[in-house]
Design a protein around this ligand. Structure first.
Ligand code: PEP
Length: 255
């Protein structure tokens, strides 16, 4: 049985003070608990420590995620952040392979695979993103495209606890555009991802890995995605920047 997950990706939004305020709002509105829904927020790097303190002070079950990591342990890698540094500020999850990082910063599947291995060696849960462009979707090759990403991104990973590896299927054409995939579109690809995971890791592990949908998910549409067999939650961008809409999505997942 997979716990549902709602994860908020704040991207490059919220200064330190704004981030602390947003986190406080989320924590306050979720003070009565989140049932068996795992809730994760991913502020920008400079907000992590402040948000971590908000979560700790409130004794909140909301977990903290980073948005990126570098795979080396330490050293001359200006501007980068190691897994141990993320742990030191309380992050227990990290988004990797977001299409914005692949697209603007040239990240490859090989990079994403190295990041996953480094995170898992430090017991940080990767939220590993995949998804096709509009061009690929229009060519009708989106399922194979995503399956190939999954194979490359998970190459050589050893997953013993399936709750410690999360995949987010995010069709690029639906991210921040207001264009959502339908719930059936999401199930088509998430179902193919699950089958691929069965081939790689076996049924028992594959059944426990959460697969999230991302792409203009909001309170009004998240329920439809969650009804689908292989969609276990949502990775939320825009709608995670207001405590009210993010919490509404968590509550929807609790039903
Ligand atoms: C995202 O950035 O992961 C995302 C899904 O963004 P949005 O919800 O704004 O489309």
């Amino acid at each position: 049985m997979r716990n549902r997950m709602i994860a908020g990706n704040w991207k490059m939004n919220e200064t330190f003070a704004e981030g602390v305020e947003l986190a406080q709002g989320i924590v306050d509105q979720l003070a009565s608990g989140t049932g068996n829904v795992d809730v994760v927020i991913a502020p920008p790097l400079v907000d992590l420590k402040g948000v971590s303190e908000v979560l700790t002070q409130a004794n909140s079950s909301v977990a903290l995620s980073a948005q990126n990591v570098y795979w080396e342990e330490s050293g001359a890698f200006t501007g980068e952040t190691s897994p141990a540094m993320l742990t030191s500020v309380g992050a227990t999850y990290c988004i990797i392979g977001h299409s914005e990082r692949r697209g603007y910063f040239g990240e490859t599947d090989e990079d994403i695979n190295r990041k996953a291995k480094a995170l898992m060696a430090h017991d940080i849960v990767p939220i590993s993103c995949c998804g096709e462009s509009l061009e690929v979707r229009n060519a009708g090759t989106h399922v194979q495209f995503v399956v190939d990403q999954i194979k490359a991104d998970t190459k050589g990973l050893e997953i013993t606890d399936p709750s410690k590896y999360v995949i987010a299927y995010e069709p690029i054409w639906a991210i921040g555009t207001g264009m959502t995939a339908t719930a059936d579109d999401a199930q088509e690809v998430c179902g193919a991802i699950r089958k691929t995971l069965v081939e790689i890791f076996g049924a028992e592990i594959a059944d426990g890995i959460r697969i999230l949908y991302g792409g203009s998910a909001k309170p009004e549409n998240v329920g439809g995605f969650l009804e689908k067999e292989d969609v276990d939650g949502a990775l939320v961008g825009g709608a995670s920047l207001k405590a009210g809409s993010f919490v509404a999505m968590v509550k929807s997942a609790m039903n």
